[in-house]
Design a binder for this molecule. Structure first.
Ligand SMILES: [Zn+2]
Length: 96
């Protein structure tokens, strides 16, 4: 597996678009804001089943992005909240 994770070129890492006050998830990345880029340079959506595995990387990339934007680091990416929720669900399942 040589895919690296890159910022979604369609939504520039936001994971969604806002137009006239209406927000819509980005189709290209599925609302995550990041995609896999394989060795051939082709971007692929990160499947939901991989969220837990890549959450650390996404968090780091998101922190970098927010720093670029000049945020202090308190803002939370919507997809990170989804990842946290999924991690919690998985740990509950495995505890049984
Ligand atoms: Zn996107």
């Amino acid at each position: 597996m040589t895919s690296e994770i890159v910022r979604c070129v369609s939504c520039d890492g936001y994971g969604w678009f806002e137009e006239d006050g209406v927000t819509e998830d980005c189709d290209w990345c599925g609302g995550i804001g990041y995609v896999y880029r394989d060795a051939a340079g082709v971007d692929h959506r990160i499947p939901e089943s991989d969220y837990a595995r890549v959450s650390d990387t996404l968090e780091r990339l998101e922190a970098e992005r927010l720093r670029e934007l000049g945020y202090s680091g308190t803002a939370r990416h919507p997809s990170e909240q989804a990842i946290r929720k999924q991690n919690r669900d998985e740990s509950q399942t495995s505890a049984r």
